[in-house]
Write a protein that binds this ligand. Structure first.
Ligand SMILES: [Zn+2]
Length: 75
């Protein structure tokens, strides 16, 4: 079970989602977890807490594939 965040309802919820995998043109094989919101039934992405970075905000343009689009790398 993972934690998901619904942008429509602005809530977090726990659910057992499904893994979606695709091949990204830039990053290669990617995957993420999806689950349906219990309130509105929208498909939501897994919630990830904002990463703590020691630098400023300029460190956001190109993250590694695992940090950007791939949520299934077993962190
Ligand atoms: Zn919702």
């Amino acid at each position: 079970m993972e934690t998901y965040f619904c942008k429509s309802c602005n809530i977090k919820f726990d659910a057992t989602g499904v893994k979606e995998e695709w091949i990204d043109a830039a990053f290669g094989p990617c995957s993420k977890m999806l689950a349906n919101c219990p309130e509105c039934n929208a498909v939501c992405d897994e919630y990830r807490a904002p990463k703590q970075t020691s630098g400023g905000q300029s460190f956001h343009s190109h993250t590694p594939s695992c940090g950007s689009c791939c949520g299934g790398c077993g962190l």
